[in-house]
Write a protein that binds this ligand. Structure first.
Ligand code: CTP
Length: 396
């Protein structure tokens, strides 16, 4: 982050009290920070203390004529390498989504093509409100990067998602943004986790995937500078920060999310997708019958997302699948690569005795058109880093 110029827009939420710490740490890492306060944020932090920490003038008013003469608002936002909105209130998110420009902060945001990152902070109900979710979707379409809020106790006493990410998490995502690794400028899609296929509103079919290997991959790709779109089923490990997360439940949802993200430069399919769903899942909970009759479930085949993307008009330059096998690992995986039409397949033995599925380590064989290479057993993040480097080599 050394010598990077960050225009920091502080909007008016209680989380603004965390911003002095954020500024201190950005400055310590060598960034230049130009703070912009909205009128309401000046109620939570004082312009004087922010100016002292940032060692910079603090901008607050749109119509500061003297300042406009020296440096118009357009220059102010164009001079930055990144615009960070933290905290981003529901209000500023709504204005951004609609292209409104009625104060300095929103005018700067509209008058720039500098990349923008937002760290939302709001009450759980405001976060979950369809209007906020709609606005966030719009911002993601506009390529604004989201620093996900956390679940937690709110200043208002409620509990749930909406609490601004911790300063450490914001710094990690900003660092990921500036990392100019070999995948800088590349967009990589990763699928991860299990899928849940409903039987009725309360029951579903699932599998033992924790999503750990997919999350590690997304993290390793991010660290090499890639923009990562992470499509994840209900996993038991959280997604990494600094990636665009697209949560899904079923295989059909996952296919729609993946197709909606194409084109990308590379796609890695680490999800353990359910091969079958229940045909005609029940709308109401299936009740026990006094006669003792057992319910009969009919299966229907799910779409094969990897095979679809491999044959897609918008096929990525590199398509990587995983093969979860319990016997004849290499032979089965080699046949799977050809059947699904992907470039590489990463085979692993998921038999219960290996402890791989749901575990911390992995032992894989990477199979491509040339041959097969087996890697030593290592932590999943190690497999992820090695695979991310191989992907970077293939794309350059
Ligand atoms: N996959 C997918 N969509 C599916 C099933 C699998 O995208 N409906 C992807 C997985 O993400 C993985 C690869 O295909 O990258 C292989 O998954 P795997 O479960 O090993 O293979 P299956 O196709 O399920 O074949 P089988 O169950 O016969 O081993």
């Amino acid at each position: 982050m050394k010598e990077k110029h960050i225009l920091l827009i502080i909007s008016g939420g209680i989380a603004a009290v965390k911003i002095p710490d954020l500024i201190r740490r950005l400055i310590a890492q060598g960034s230049r920070v130009t703070p912009v306060l909205t009128q309401s944020s000046a109620k939570f932090v004082t312009p004087l203390s922010i100016a002292a920490l940032a060692r910079s003038k603090v901008y607050t008013e749109l119509f500061d004529l003297t300042e406009e003469a020296q440096m118009g608002h357009i220059e102010l936002s164009r001079a930055a390498d990144l615009i960070l909105v933290a905290p981003a209130t529901a209000q500023i998110i709504a204005k951004m989504a609609h292209g409104m420009a009625d104060d300095l902060a929103t005018t700067l945001l509209l008058a720039t093509d500098t990349p923008v990152m937002i760290a939302p902070s709001m009450n759980v109900r405001m976060w979950q409100h369809p209007a906020t979710q709609r606005n966030l979707k719009q911002l993601q379409q506009d390529e604004v990067q989201l620093i996900d809020p956390n679940d937690g106790e709110m200043a208002c006493g409620e509990y749930g998602p909406g609490r601004m990410a911790e300063v450490d998490e914001i710094l990690a995502q900003v660092a990921g943004f500036f990392r100019n690794g070999p995948l800088e400028g590349r967009h990589v899609l990763v699928t991860s986790g299990p899928t849940h296929e409903p039987i009725d509103p309360v029951r579903y079919i699932a599998n033992r995937s924790s999503g750990a290997q997919g999350a590690a991959l997304a993290e390793a790709l991010r660290d090499l500078g890639a923009r990562v779109s992470f499509v994840t089923g209900p996993a038991s490990v959280p997604p990494p920060t600094g990636v665009d997360v697209h949560p899904v439940q079923t295989a059909q949802d996952m296919l729609a999310a993946v197709e909606g993200l194409l084109p990308v430069d590379a796609a890695v399919f680490a999800a353990a997708v359910a091969d079958w769903r229940i045909a005609g899942a029940h709308d109401q909970k299936i009740k026990k019958r006094s006669s003792g009759d057992l319910p009969v479930l009919q299966f229907a085949e799910n779409p094969d997302i990897l095979a679809r993307v491999s044959a897609h008009d918008l096929r990525p330059q590199l398509v990587v699948g995983f093969a979860a096998e319990t016997k004849n690992v290499i032979n089965n995986a080699t046949a799977k690569r050809l059947r699904k039409g992907c470039d590489w397949i990463v085979a692993n033995d998921v038999g219960p005795e290996t402890g791989i599925m749901g575990g911390t380590h992995n032992k894989v064989t990477v199979i491509d058109a040339v041959g097969a290479e087996t890697w030593d057993e290592m932590p999943k993040i190690g497999v992820a880093r090695q695979l991310a480097l191989r992907i970077a080599d293939a794309l350059t």
